[in-house]
Design a binder for this molecule. Structure first.
Ligand SMILES: Nc1ncnc2c1ncn2[C@@H]1O[C@H](COP(=O)(O)OP(=O)(O)OP(=O)(O)O)[C@@H](O)[C@H]1O
Ligand SMILES: [Mg+2]
Length: 274
């Protein structure tokens, strides 16, 4: 069930600007640009990124440190605003209607899993997982929370505090918390980055299950070719631009592409006459 048969029929493809919501599309970025800093120390973190990801796809995002992976996730998830370009989640535009609207948008459509788990230390496992429901003004549906915690293998730890759990268990709580609101897209920024091999594999299998069984769309930043190979496709980022795409790659293919990424960027720059 968890084999490499992720529903990714169209794969990630370059999106064309404009046009109405497309059926079966979970996430679309159109020419997204993000610049940090001011005069003198300007950094172009995203330099016109366009992409379209189908519902039920699992995409890994890779690239050298500083290539813009976290910025891409933050902008796509509504945790940060692009300077230019547009973001659509489930056909709805993540628009600039103020912080409250952005927060509401995130709570309805987006789940996020962080490298360092970001659980509330004073809340139990159960309370951490029902928190997003309560924040969204929904009933703290304990049965739903219990069901999702059972799915991640923590049905017997509902009353524990995060400090009483291992790193792998904490990340499984964070995944349960991200899934409980039934978001359209789940983003993970190096969700296995702080975990040992075995715990990382558990997390990756849960993300695959979220896609294959529950139809979620997952976008995961990772530095690990083995983790990336759990995804249906891999996007490669360099200098704030998408410079490559592999469909259903093996870990070896991903590692090889990463090794050659620098050469590829040079070649693309030369072709573009930059
Ligand atoms: N808040 C910020 N202020 C200024 N510059 C920033 C900020 N956030 C990111 N940057 C810069 O934008 C670029 C992209 O950063 P980003 O965090 O997206 O990279 P990344 O690919 O996630 O790297 P890593 O693999 O190290 O996490 C980097 O040059 C970074 O220094
Ligand atoms: Mg990062």
């Amino acid at each position: 069930m968890f084999g490499r048969k992720a529903a990714d029929p169209a794969g990630a493809r370059a999106g064309r600007p404009g046009g109405p919501a497309r059926p079966g599309e979970a996430l679309r970025l159109e020419a997204v640009r993000k610049v940090y800093g001011g005069e003198g120390n300007r950094v172009t973190a995203l330099d016109g990124v366009s992409l379209s990801l189908p519902t039920g796809s699992f995409t890994a995002v890779m690239g050298p440190s500083g290539s813009g992976k976290s910025t891409l996730l933050q902008c796509a998830a509504g945790l940060d605003r692009p300077d230019e370009g547009r973001v659509f989640v489930d056909g709805a535009e993540l628009a600039g209607d103020g912080e409250a609207a952005l927060t509401r948008f995130r709570r309805q459509r987006i789940g996020f899993v962080f490298q360092q788990f970001n659980l509330m230390p004073t809340l139990t496992v159960m309370q951490n997982v029902t928190l997003p429901l309560r924040l969204a003004g929904r009933r703290a549906d304990k049965a739903a929370a219990r069901a999702v915690l059972e799915r991640v293998g923590l049905g017997d730890r509902l009353g524990s505090l995060p400090s009483e759990l291992s790193g792998g268990q904490r990340q499984r709580v964070a995944i349960a918390r991200a899934l409980v609101t039934e978001p359209k897209v789940v983003f993970g920024d190096e969700p296995t980055g702080a975990l040992d091999t075995r715990s990382a594999r558990d997390v990756l299998v849960l993300l695959q299950e979220a896609v294959q069984v529950y139809g979620r769309t997952v976008v995961m930043v990772t530095h690990d070719p083995v983790a990336a190979a759990h995804a249906g496709s891999v996007l490669f980022l360099a200098d704030g631009r998408i410079v490559g795409h592999l469909v259903r790659p093996t870990a070896e293919q991903v590692a090889e592409r990463m090794t050659h990424l620098a050469d590829e960027v040079e070649r693309q720059r030369a072709q573009a006459g930059v």
